[in-house]
Design a protein around this ligand. Sequence first.
Ligand SMILES: Nc1ncnc2c1ncn2[C@@H]1O[C@H](COP(=O)(O)OP(=O)(O)O)[C@@H](O)[C@H]1O
Ligand SMILES: O=C(O)C1=C[C@@H](OP(=O)(O)O)[C@@H](O)[C@H](O)C1
Ligand SMILES: [Mg+2]
Length: 178
Amino acid sequence: MNTDEKNRNIYLVGLMGAGKTTIGRALAKRLAYIFVDSDHEIAARTGVSLPTIFEIEGEEGFRKREAMVIADLASRRGQVVATGGGAVLRPENRDTLSSSGFVIYLNVPLQTLCERTRHDKNRPLLQVNDPLQKLRELHQQRDHLYRSIANVVLAGSRITVQSVLNLLIKEGGVSWKR
Ligand SMILES: Nc1ncnc2c1ncn2[C@@H]1O[C@H](COP(=O)(O)OP(=O)(O)O)[C@@H](O)[C@H]1O
Ligand SMILES: O=C(O)C1=C[C@@H](OP(=O)(O)O)[C@@H](O)[C@H](O)C1
Ligand SMILES: [Mg+2]
């Protein structure tokens, strides 16, 4: 990774419940980077919750908003960005993410994802009879997309901020001189 690339953004990708928001916020604090969550940004711009956007505009409407937010965020630097789990679905988002920063794929076992998201009503795609089966399908559809843009893949049910930091330093994904 050359010098120009060094203080670009750090993006977290992966399925719902992988810890993108939680790890991203803590990571930004440790690095003194700005933290942005693309879902929070969409909610802030629209003034309504994600379930309401899904209800009114459908998933397609949400994906359009998500693409606009990702394009805007990518034009700035020095941020840790927690993306939504489906951000990788659009090819233009994949191009934007991989060309504007260092991408970390948090690959967490499906059973863990299911346990972590079980009581949360804010994820419209998981409000189904069998959320584990839904997560299985999403993993099948998306795993290769996450991998296609990931600079590093972290796997397991016990990913910590420290393990992400260690990997970032090892792989040259972060510059201490900002
Ligand atoms: N590394 C982790 N270890 C244990 N629990 C976690 C971890 N990361 C996230 N969680 C928990 O899992 C839930 C979902 O995390 P979240 O950060 O919202 O995931 P995502 O943004 O990837 O959907 C939260 O309740 C959070 O506290
Ligand atoms: O995987 C997905 O398609 C989605 C993931 C969610 O974000 P998290 O991955 O942060 O839960 C949110 O963007 C929306 O509910 C759709
Ligand atoms: Mg999140």
